[in-house]
Design a protein. Structure first.
Length: 138
């Protein structure tokens, strides 16, 4: 049994990656149903979830979508499942599920491998503004 809220989906992200931080802010903007909570992979709550799920972050350099007491998803599958929650135009991204996961993940991994070079890297994790604090796990 998870010690995290079961009524929310938790997105674990690289807290020092500019692309990842920008993506989190976009997800917050599009999350009209308030479905998601966030935690950086580097935070105490992020590490607790990673340990609970027995994920080796040395082998998986990815966003993780965790649905407590249900399942977790990584890489392109996580990204597509996140987009599905927004509805409308974003839901059309589900068409990419017709591609095999290894092909979707090849593209995902290429972007992930180059994200610091293309978008930059921070020295510290993002500190949420007071307005956004409730969207983040401690």
């Amino acid at each position: 049994m998870s010690s995290f809220p079961s009524h929310k989906k938790i997105i674990l992200f690289d807290g020092v990656c500019y692309l990842c931080n920008s993506s989190v802010l976009k997800i917050i903007e599009l999350d009209k149903n308030n479905s998601f909570l966030f935690s950086s992979l580097q935070s105490a709550s992020g590490k607790k979830i990673i340990n609970q799920l027995k994920i080796d972050t040395q082998k998986i350099d990815s966003v993780i979508l965790y649905e407590p007491d249900v399942a977790y998803y990584i890489k392109s599958t996580a990204a597509l499942k996140i987009m599905k929650e927004f509805g409308g135009f974003w839901k059309t991204a589900q068409v990419f599920f017709i591609l095999p996961a290894y092909l979707r993940d090849f593209i995902y991994d290429f972007i992930a491998k180059n994200r610091y070079k293309w978008f930059g890297k921070k020295n510290e994790c993002m500190i949420p503004s007071p307005e956004l604090l409730s969207k983040f796990l401690n």
